[in-house]
Design a protein. Structure first.
Length: 241
């Protein structure tokens, strides 16, 4: 699965603008797919282009447009940044990338290694399930829908960005190809995306000074919960999910 492109810094409307969608493409799942794609872009080390889009308000405006079209009653996130680019990058590293090591026994040099405060891997939030089982289940899901993980990017299948890209892909399939994919979306939420969304939100809530990334994690948790509730209600009502 390829990385999702960053939003246009000038705030150009997303592809879910009603004037751009073909008549046979459903607006709400298409918009939700773009929300997941945008989130996948943002849970990454911000480059200069993305920082300009954040600083200029384009990302906040994009979320407002997409959430409004998604059919979900969720407040969009405020993606304005108070930090300069280097500080924002350092904040991302401190939260999601950099762990630490501590010598716990000086007599024999025993070292305890800890990962970053907030893991972006689902398996870290599922202690009762093996790493292999989590990643194998995801690999099967990706392959079933014809998706492959980019081998040049060293990420396991359970990484949050890959799951968000896949969720966006399923939304686009539901919107334009097969409405019954809504059932697969609900299953993917239940088995994986809601698990990591809740885990990341809880972990980041315990950290100080999370800024933009704390707001994104909170929005991800709220948006996925609302998506699940809507899909489940449609299934109970016999409406394609």
């Amino acid at each position: 699965m390829a990385d999702v492109a960053t939003p246009d810094p000038d705030g150009t409307p997303a592809e879910t603008d009603e004037r751009r969608l073909p008549d046979d493409v459903a607006l709400e799942p298409a918009a939700r797919g773009d929300v997941y794609a945008l989130l996948a872009t943002l849970f990454a080390q911000p480059d200069e282009e993305l920082y300009r889009a954040l600083d200029g308000g384009a990302v906040t405006a994009e979320f407002e447009r997409l959430v409004d079209r998604s059919g979900l009653d969720v407040d969009p996130p405020d993606c304005t940044v108070e930090d300069d680019h280097d500080t924002l990058s350092a904040r991302f590293n401190d939260l999601f990338v950099v762990g630490y090591s501590e010598v716990i026994d000086k007599t024999d040099g025993t070292v305890a290694n800890e990962g970053p405060p907030v893991s972006l891997y689902e398996s870290d939030y599922r202690p009762a399930v093996s790493w292999n089982d989590v990643n194998l289940d995801l690999a099967r899901a990706y392959e079933y829908f014809g998706c492959q993980v980019d081998q040049e990017v060293r990420r396991n299948h359970d990484h949050l960005r890959l799951q968000l890209e896949f969720a966006g892909y399923l939304c686009r399939r539901e919107a334009a190809v097969d409405a019954d994919v809504a059932a697969a979306r609900l299953d993917f939420h239940d088995r994986h995306l809601r698990v990591i969304s809740e885990g990341v939100a809880d972990a980041i809530d315990a950290e100080p000074g999370t800024g933009l990334f704390g707001r994104l994690a909170d929005f991800l948790d709220r948006f996925t919960a609302a998506d699940v509730a809507d899909l489940a209600a449609r299934r109970e009502g016999g409406d394609g999910a």
